[in-house]
Design a protein around this ligand. Structure first.
Ligand code: GDP
Ligand code: MG
Length: 215
């Protein structure tokens, strides 16, 4: 509704990437609508969904990547971020209101047919694998190449090992995930869209990192 005042300080576009079946659509529906579906097809077709949240001023993550990105470019992806000028509520002193616009692939990843348009303007990416499927973890390298080719070079990337609830089927240890993420200088969490574990935290982390790079 265009008559509604805009009630956020920043709008950040985040893209979800990773192999088909790892749980991207359910991570999105869990985060934005608190919904989970065992039937993957029912969630396909959403172009993007949004959620507005508060991010704190406290520096929760001082990763090498942030420091490096700051050094490289203080105005990282500034052209990709819409900064709102008309505040209709007093600004909170604790933090900023961020609207996350999260894009889902609608299944194109199956055909390796994700277009550049998908990545355009994205300031963050959540790179997802399935802890029960080793191949989806091995493909992280391919997805990082894809990001290098199509996304802004300063995009903030977070890696998520999803389906942490399926402990009995685990094929990738948390330590393997952590070590790979450290090597690539990415943030890392294990998540469960089914059990809601770390879903909110994953987005909080990525949005906070983006905010800190900009400020
Ligand atoms: P996408 O292809 O990456 O978008 O994956 P979907 O979100 O469609 O999920 C694929 C399948 O994995 C579906 O059957 C989901 O119900 C299931 N799934 C997604 N996330 C989880 C999770 O955290 N735990 C479990 N056990 N299953 C999940
Ligand atoms: Mg999907």
């Amino acid at each position: 509704d265009s008559s509604q005042p805009v009630l956020y300080d920043y709008l950040f576009k985040i893209v979800l990437i990773g192999d088909s079946g790892v749980g991207k659509s359910n991570i999105l529906s869990r985060f934005t609508r608190n919904e989970f579906s065992l039937d993957s097809k029912s969630t396909i077709g959403v172009e993007f969904a949004t959620k507005t949240l508060q991010i704190g001023r406290t520096k929760t993550n001082t990763s090498k990547r942030i420091a490096k990105a700051r050094k490289l470019n203080r105005h990282v992806a500034a052209d990709c971020v819409m900064q709102n000028a008309t505040f209709s509520t007093p600004q909170s002193v604790e933090g900023k209101t961020v609207k996350a616009q999260i894009w889902d692939t609608a299944g194109q990843e199956r055909y390796r047919a994700i277009t550049s348009a998908y990545y355009r303007g994205a300031v963050g990416a959540l790179l997802v694998y399935d802890i029960t499927k080793k191949q989806t973890f091995d493909n992280m390298q391919r997805w990082l190449h894809e990001l290098r080719d199509h996304a802004d070079s300063n995009i903030v990337v977070m890696m998520a090992g999803n389906k942490s609830d399926l402990t009995h089927l685990r094929a990738v240890s948390e330590r393997e995930g952590q070590e790979y993420a450290e090597k690539e200088e990415l943030s890392f969490l294990e998540t469960s869209a089914l059990g809601s574990e770390n879903i909110e935290k994953a987005f909080q982390t990525i949005l906070t990192e983006i905010y800190h790079i900009m400020n």
